[in-house]
Design a protein around this ligand. Structure first.
Ligand code: SAH
Length: 257
């Protein structure tokens, strides 16, 4: 059975499409899907769209229409945890919807009907993603740790791989005060969030419903602060696309079935 690789942004998907053997483009639910093989494994590549509803629709189509066995997400996110910096990688252990609030009927962040606020990722798939991310950062470490400004080469801290909780919601978080508030209120309730994005929790919930393993890797594109929108486009074009390509190819190489 196929593995679905879901990307949030077209730039990330296009680098993977170039590696597809026997590529076949199909339209479904107004979306383009690519079927083919990566490292001999059948895959379906899809764009999630932006936000929770678009991502849930795409994930549902992947399960119902394409019959995929598992879904892996690759994208970018804003770092909100301490020490989660631009250029780092976060592999999600579980997901929470930071904008879910049916209180006082249900506890804050609990998804009504599920008796839980967090949806876990598959441990085995996540371990493969972490391994692939570590291997890529180690191999590219020398280049990633240097930045050229004018004729000066500046050393940057080496990028790191983090594993933990990621929060999704239908907001591009781009104010330091908002990022601080979001992180602080969740932390006070025992939810130590590393990063914020707009799709993963929705896909995690769909995978929970269908009993499909799910894992996600996010490259940190910004710190969800007042300059988040400035850093974002150039980072996606240059750094994040390369990360997605190398980490996902490394992951597919290690996948056993
Ligand atoms: N520039 C894009 C829009 C990107 S929206 C376009 O024009 O199409 C931001 C995307 O990056 C979402 O997919 C989201 O999951 C992720 N993301 C990165 N940083 C984020 C942040 N600070 N807050 C929320 N989502 C963020």
């Amino acid at each position: 059975m196929s593995t679905a690789i879901l990307s949030a942004l077209p730039e990330e998907q296009s680098s993977l499409v170039q590696h597809l053997a026997h590529p076949q483009r199909l339209m479904h639910a107004g979306r383009a899907f690519w079927r083919g093989e990566l490292h001999g494994h059948p895959v379906v590549l899809a764009l999630s769209g932006i936000g929770k509803v678009a991502a849930a629709t795409t994930a549902t189509a992947l399960v119902e229409h394409f019959g995929v066995a598992r879904i892996v997400f690759t994208g970018v996110a804003g770092g909100v945890g301490e020490g989660v910096n631009v250029g780092d990688v976060v592999v999600a252990q579980d997901y929470i919807q930071h904008d879910m609030d049916a209180s006082p009927l249900f506890p804050r962040w609990e998804v009504p009907g599920y008796a839980r606020s967090r949806f876990a990722c598959d441990a085995a798939l996540s371990a493969l993603l972490s391994g692939a991310a570590r291997a890529y950062l180690a191999s590219a470490g020398g280049q990633l740790g240097l930045k050229t400004t004018g004729d000066q080469v500046v050393a940057l801290p080496a990028p790191r791989v983090h594993e933990g909780l990621v929060a999704s919601g239908d907001r591009f978080v781009c104010a330091a005060s908002e990022a601080l508030h979001l992180h602080g209120t969740l932390q006070a309730a025992g939810h130590a969030v590393l990063a914020v994005e707009m799709e993963g929790a929705a896909v995690a919930q769909v995978c929970h419903d269908y009993g499909r393993p799910f894992a996600a890797v996010r490259t940190i594109s910004d710190r969800a602060d007042d300059t988040a929108h400035v850093d974002f486009p150039a980072f996606v074009r240059t750094v994040a696309t390369r990360y997605a390509e190398h980490i996902l190819l490394g992951f597919m190489q290690k996948l056993s079935n």
